[in-house]
Design a protein around this ligand. Structure first.
Ligand SMILES: Cc1cc2nc3c(=O)[nH]c(=O)nc-3n(C[C@H](O)[C@H](O)[C@H](O)COP(=O)(O)OP(=O)(O)OC[C@H]3O[C@@H](n4cnc5c(N)ncnc54)[C@H](O)[C@@H]3O)c2cc1C
Length: 400
């Protein structure tokens, strides 16, 4: 009996916080929370592969705004990323037909508006910052969750047991934590899907990201280090699937034909398609369980906001938990967690709504509406102060 109990105890891992999901958001939370002196256990299906300069670019790239960059710099991860690969951009352009709206970093006194980064390298750069008291468990996941006033008890797929004060679900859109905590979601799948391609371009490294709107959906160019780029083609889901089924040569030609001529004769190196969904968890907080990043919300990627919102969740959560600790409150103080939920749900809902307005406005094929949109873009281009505020908002700064 005693032996059995000892064995049980040996199998029990105790920490202040368990984070399920060591992707970009979960890993950033682990680094930031460990600096508050909290012991952290990170559960992740697979550790990121080491960086090799010759390795192919990850098809999942993100545009990171200045706010995210500043936070990753505070965490020491940005410096790691700079040793690997990333591409800054100074200009951001959106347009329809000949009407173009261009934002420049110089208009807001910055050297760049953001960076295009590879998701797996951001994750790796954060993992490189992992140190005591962070424990990482890979190749396992949570299979059972029970919480009470004493804490959260978890069972893992390899039968190990974990006990913690706070469980954070940062395990992406299909979050297991969200399911086990029985937190529902609301949302829908968009009619459009997107095809992402990684290409060589005929021009040297570019410092602009642009998006051209068409009634069938936008087509976007994201610069990558060297003469490379990521192209994103939004269209009806059926059309995207058709494109994805083409031979590489035929798909390369389809991109050249469909994108503005400025793209030039690209060479296709890889592609993948993604369905687009808007989803929001009905609660971000349930007792001692908190959701952050894509586990809490997914958004139409057309303005590249997803992980920037996830980092904003993480920043506020760290702030709330730090305040609890310094005020001598319980780590999981209910008022404080509710404040996290209120603030982040509101901000994320606003951004989702803004994406839907853009999606709806630009997806309608009607000559008068197209004229109105183009006039709107021309007016915005001349809007001076308002445009400056919009640029500040786009890079993640507070505009007030
Ligand atoms: C086409 C496309 C383009 C995008 N472009 C941009 C952009 O330009 N800018 C931007 O900000 N965002 C963009 N996004 C969104 C961005 O990719 C996501 O918001 C971001 O990846 C979310 O990060 P996350 O860490 O919350 O979740 P994820 O990246 O999904 O990471 C979740 C992690 O949890 C792990 N995991 C999953 N299940 C379990 C489990 N059961 N147990 C343990 N671990 C688990 C996974 O292995 C993964 O490492 C884009 C998305 C798409 C689809």
């Amino acid at each position: 009996m005693r032996e059995k109990q000892d064995k049980k105890m040996q199998n029990l891992i105790t920490s202040d916080v368990v984070i399920s999901g060591g992707g970009m958001v979960g890993a950033a939370l682990a680094v930031a929370l460990s600096r508050l002196g909290l012991s952290i256990t990170v559960l992740e299906r697979q550790a990121p592969a080491p960086f090799e300069a010759q390795s192919a670019i990850d098809l999942r790239v993100s545009s990171l705004n200045l706010r995210s960059e500043r936070w990753l710099t505070e965490l020491g991860a940005w410096q790691n990323l700079q040793q690997m690969r990333l591409c800054p951009y100074q200009y951001l352009q959106a347009g329809e037909g000949k009407a173009q709206l261009r934002f420049a970093a110089s208009e807001i006194g910055e050297r760049h508006l953001g960076h295009i980064v590879e998701n797996n390298l951001v994750q790796l750069a954060l993992w490189q910052q992992f140190a005591e008291p962070i424990t990482v468990l890979t190749d396992c996941e949570i299979t059972a969750l029970r919480q009470d006033e004493q804490g959260v008890d978890l069972t893992l797929s390899d039968d190990r047991k974990l006990h913690c004060q706070l469980l954070i679900g940062a395990d992406g859109a299909q979050s297991k934590v969200r399911q086990l905590a029985r937190i529902g979601t609301a949302g829908w799948q968009y009619q459009q899907a997107c095809l992402v391609a990684y290409v060589d371009t005929p021009y040297p490294q570019q410092d602009i990201t642009w998006q051209q709107f068409y009634p069938s959906g936008p087509r976007a160019f994201l610069p990558l280090p060297g003469a490379q780029a990521s192209l994103v083609w939004y269209d009806e889901a059926a059309k995207v699937k058709q494109l994805a089924a083409l031979s590489p040569r035929a798909l390369e030609q389809a991109f050249i034909d469909a994108f503005p001529p400025e793209l030039g004769a690209i060479k296709l190196k890889g592609s993948a398609w993604f369905p687009l969904a808007r989803m929001q968890a009905q609660q971000y907080v349930k007792g001692r369980v908190v959701l952050a990043g894509d586990a809490a919300h997914t958004i139409n990627p057309l303005a590249g906001q997803g992980v920037n919102l996830g980092f904003a969740d993480a920043m506020l959560l760290v702030e709330q938990l730090a305040a609890n600790l310094s005020a001598g409150k319980s780590l999981t103080d209910a008022d404080s967690l509710q404040q996290y939920q209120r603030q982040r749900r509101m901000q994320n809902t606003l951004m989702m709504g803004a994406m839907d307005v853009i999606y709806q406005t630009f997806s309608r094929e009607s000559a008068p509406l197209s004229l109105l949109r183009q006039q709107g873009l021309r007016l915005a281009a001349k809007a001076g102060m308002a445009k400056q505020l919009l640029t500040k908002y786009a890079v993640g700064n507070s505009v007030f």
